[in-house]
Every structure is written in structure tokens, then in C-alpha cells.
Design a protein around this ligand. Structure first.
Ligand SMILES: *[C@@H]1O[C@H](CO)[C@@H](O)[C@H](O)[C@H]1NC(C)=O
Ligand SMILES: *[C@@H]1O[C@H](CO)[C@@H](O)[C@H](O)[C@H]1NC(C)=O
Ligand SMILES: *[C@@H]1O[C@H](CO)[C@@H](O)[C@H](O)[C@H]1NC(C)=O
Ligand SMILES: *[C@@H]1O[C@H](CO)[C@@H](O)[C@H](O)[C@H]1NC(C)=O
Length: 385
């Protein structure tokens, strides 16, 4: 560099010294790896600049400065802190959800030090590039709330560091990769609100998984074997059939949402052993038999929705003592329950419904509003039991 400068300022060694000193801070702060800068450029170039609001993060990306120079713009990225002269790397991209429109460049796979990628609540469209699988240090992937199409890149299972995957609310389709269980660190997986189809694979190997959200897809088949570590499970609004039994081993479960599927059979007492349960929603299935009495033993249960099934028999008298505290919501409407209702229903007001059953349910009670089934339907249902 000195000789280069020398040709510009042949007779001025003082100026040369001044220039060299001016560069010193730049050598102390390692600059961003050139290929990471190229990738940031490729990322922004595959988006429509007209979709960048004036106060958005991407408006601060000015490539006349170094992205990892902390004093300048580039909001939405984090860089590695380098103690020595090696180049800084981009370790996180967490964009603001302001509606950025465009594609996710395959060049993203070159950011090999990336640990977090959050592009949620924007208008990314097109496929998830396969090169995502090169991000071998990624622990958080949040692409929720976009318009991504196509399937989950099967090589995503190469990323053994993933702890959070949120692909909810996109237009993704295809099946859930069968070997997802190899991502052993997973704590959170949401594929909600997409068009995923096929069967749910055996995920019981994901021994740390706390949250599994697969609701609002077109998944079918039985409930598979699931991790017993789950706290929250939603399979709602799919075409899941068969018995509810496989959830019995998930003893730490807090929230169980199975609404609007095709589950059938009875809820046998020995099955529902979920002492921590807070919310149970199995509305809109084909469940039959008697209502499970065991629900009254769950200290934390607040919300119960077993509406729109084919339950028969009476409402267990034990339910009465639970109304109001701890039970806040009780939906048993649209079944074939018979007999009178426990006395407490006359006194305690809670949210819910007992309508459209075969109950003796006086309309002075709010839960009874909406009437009961026609007597002929009640007779038919009770004869078929
Ligand atoms: C990403 O890496 C590939 C393979 O090394 C290279 O061909 C491509 O130009 C890189 N893209 C960017 C934007 O740096
Ligand atoms: C410093 O540089 C050496 C050699 O390039 C590298 O192995 C080491 O990890 C670097 N240390 C830090 C803290 O980045
Ligand atoms: C992903 O982003 C959305 C929107 O910003 C947020 O609501 C959601 O909690 C995030 N998912 C995870 C797992 O953090
Ligand atoms: C599910 O996977 C686990 C191990 O990951 C295995 O032990 C179990 O047998 C599998 N279950 C079924 C039904 O294939």
C-alpha cells in the first residue's frame, strides 16, 4: 500500500504517515468476511426495494460501510466478535416484519456461521432454498408468516444444531420429513397453517421437544408416537383418525388441541393420565362412549371442549364441583348426553355450552341456551350404542 500511495504523493512522506494512521482503527476492528458481504448484497437484491418502508432495517443496509462496523447501520444483523485479525462473520439475521417482498436467495447458504435466521411476517415467496441445509450452526429458523411454497428441504436434517423451527403460516406442502427426529436439539417445531399432507412421522426421538404445532394442514393417519417431553401439542384441523391413546404417555402435557379431526373410539379412564393438563380441546371428532370422569383429578384444568362428538350417558356428577374453580370453560354441546345435569350447573356461571344434547336442560340456565337435539335423533343415537 505504501508504494501505491507513494506514486500519488511522491514528495510528501508526512501525508503518507497521516494516511496510514487513519487506517489503523480499520485494522484493529476486523472487517466482515467478503463473501458474507456478498451474501447480504444477494439477499437484498432478491427483494423488491419498493417494499422497504423508510424506517425499515433494510433501509439501513448501506454497502459503502462495513456491515460489522458497530457504529454504522445494518440493523437486523449480528456479527461474531473476533479477538484477533480474522474477519467478522454474520451470525444472525433477524429482520423486522414489515412486509419485505421477494425471494430468499440460495446464497443464504454461504453464511456458514449463521445461528439465527428470522424473516417472519414478511412477503417472501417461492421455495425454501436447499442451501439452507449448509447452515450447520443454525439454532433458530423462523420463517413464519410469509408466502413460501414447496416442501421442506429434506437436507434440513443436516442441521443438527436446530432448536427452534417455525415455518407456520406459509403455503408449504409435501410431507413432513420422516427423519426429522435426528435433529435432537429441537425444542420447538411449528408447521401450522400450511398444506402439509401425509402421515405424521414417528417423532418420539425428539426427546427435548416442548412444543409441537402441526394444526391447520391436511395430515392424516393415526396419532404417531410422540416425544414424552411435550408441553404443548396441537394437531387441530387435520384429518387425523384412529384412537386418542398415543397421547397417554405424554405425562407433562399442558395443552392438548385435537379439534376438528376424525378421531374415534372412547376416551377410556386409563388413557387420559395427564395430570398437568390445562386445556383439552377435542371438539369436532367422532369420539363416543361416556365422558371421562378422570378429568376432575387434574388440578390445573381450566378449559374443556368435547363438543361436536358422539358422547352418550350422563354428565358425571363429579363435574359439578369443578365448575367455576378450576374449570372456566366447558363445552359439551352437540353430543348425545342424557339425563339431568348436576345441581351446581344451576348456581355457577361459567362459559360454555350444553346445547344440542338429549339433556333435561332448563333454559333458565345459560349453558342450556340453544335447545336440545330432536327426540328422534336422541333415540337413534342411544339405540346405536
Ligand atoms: C456462494 O457460494 C457459492 C459456492 O462457493 C458461490 O458460487 C456463490 O457465488 C456464492 N454466492 C455469494 C452471493 O457469495
Ligand atoms: C484467532 O485466529 C486464529 C487463527 O486464525 C483462530 O484459530 C482463532 O479461533 C481466532 N480466535 C478468535 C477468538 O477468533
Ligand atoms: C416467529 O416469529 C413470529 C412473528 O414474529 C412470532 O410470533 C413467533 O413467536 C416466532 N416463533 C418462535 C418459535 O419464536
Ligand atoms: C419410534 O421411534 C423410536 C425411536 O426413535 C422407536 O424406539 C420406536 O419403536 C418407534 N415407534 C414406532 C411405532 O415405530
Amino acid at each position: 500500500m505504501a508504494s501505491h500511495l507513494h506514486s500519488f504523493f511522491p514528495s510528501s512522506p508526512f501525508i503518507i504517515l497521516a494516511l496510514v494512521l487513519a487506517f489503523v482503527p480499520a485494522f484493529v476492528h476486523a472487517l466482515t468476511l467478503e463473501s458474507d458481504i456478498e451474501t447480504l448484497r444477494a439477499l437484498i437484491q432478491s427483494l423488491d426495494p419498493n417494499s422497504f418502508p423508510s424506517t425499515s432495517y433494510l433501509r439501513t443496509w448501506d454497502f459503502n460501510t462495513d456491515p460489522c462496523e458497530t457504529s454504522v447501520g445494518f440493523l437486523g444483523i449480528l456479527c461474531s466478535v473476533t479477538a484477533n485479525t480474522s474477519a467478522s462473520r454474520i451470525i444472525a439475521i433477524e429482520l423486522d416484519g414489515v412486509g419485505y417482498e421477494g425471494y430468499l436467495t440460495p446464497a443464504i447458504g454461504n453464511l456458514t456461521e449463521l445461528t439465527a435466521l428470522d424473516l417472519s411476517n414478511n412477503r417472501f415467496r417461492g421455495p425454501l432454498p436447499n442451501t439452507i441445509a449448509n447452515l450447520e450452526k443454525l439454532s433458530k429458523l423462523n420463517l413464519s408468516g410469509n408466502y413460501f411454497t414447496g416442501g421442506i428441504p429434506s437436507d434440513i436434517t443436516n442441521i443438527k444444531t436446530l432448536e427452534l423451527i417455525d415455518l407456520s403460516t406459509n403455503h408449504l406442502s409435501g410431507s413432513i420429513p420422516a427423519d426429522l427426529s435426528v435433529i435432537r436439539r429441537l425444542l420447538y417445531l411449528s408447521l401450522s397453517n400450511n398444506q402439509f399432507s401425509g402421515r405424521i412421522p414417528n417423532l418420539s426421538g425428539l426427546w427435548r421437544l416442548r412444543t409441537l404445532m402441526l394444526d391447520h394442514n391436511v395430515l392424516y393417519g393415526n396419532i404417531p408416537q410422540l416425544p414424552i417431553s411435550l408441553r404443548t401439542l396441537s394437531l387441530a384441523n387435520n384429518l387425523i383418525s384412529g384412537h386418542i391413546t398415543p397421547v397417554e404417555r405424554i405425562t407433562e402435557l399442558r395443552i392438548l388441541d385435537l379439534n376438528n379431526n376424525r378421531l374415534s373410539g372412547e376416551i377410556k379412564e386409563e388413557i387420559l393420565t395427564l395430570p398437568q393438563l390445562r386445556e383439552l380441546d377435542a371438539q369436532g371428532n367422532l369420539l363416543h362412549g361416556h365422558l371421562p370422569v378422570r378429568l376432575v383429578t387434574y388440578e390445573n384444568l381450566r378449559t374443556i371442549n368435547l363438543a361436536q362428538n358422539r358422547f352418550t350417558g350422563s354428565i358425571p356428577s363429579e363435574y359439578g364441583a369443578k365448575l367455576g374453580r378450576p374449570w372456566r370453560r366447558l363445552f359439551l354441546d352437540n353430543n348425545f348426553l342424557t339425563g339431568s345435569i348436576p345441581q351446581e350447573f344451576y348456581k355457577v356461571k361459567i362459559r360454555g355450552s350444553l346445547a344440542m344434547n338429549c339433556l333435561k336442560c332448563p333454559t333458565s340456565i345459560e349453558l342450556c341456551h340453544g335447545g336440545q337435539q330432536p327426540a328422534s335423533d336422541c333415540a337413534a343415537a342411544n339405540n346405536s350404542q
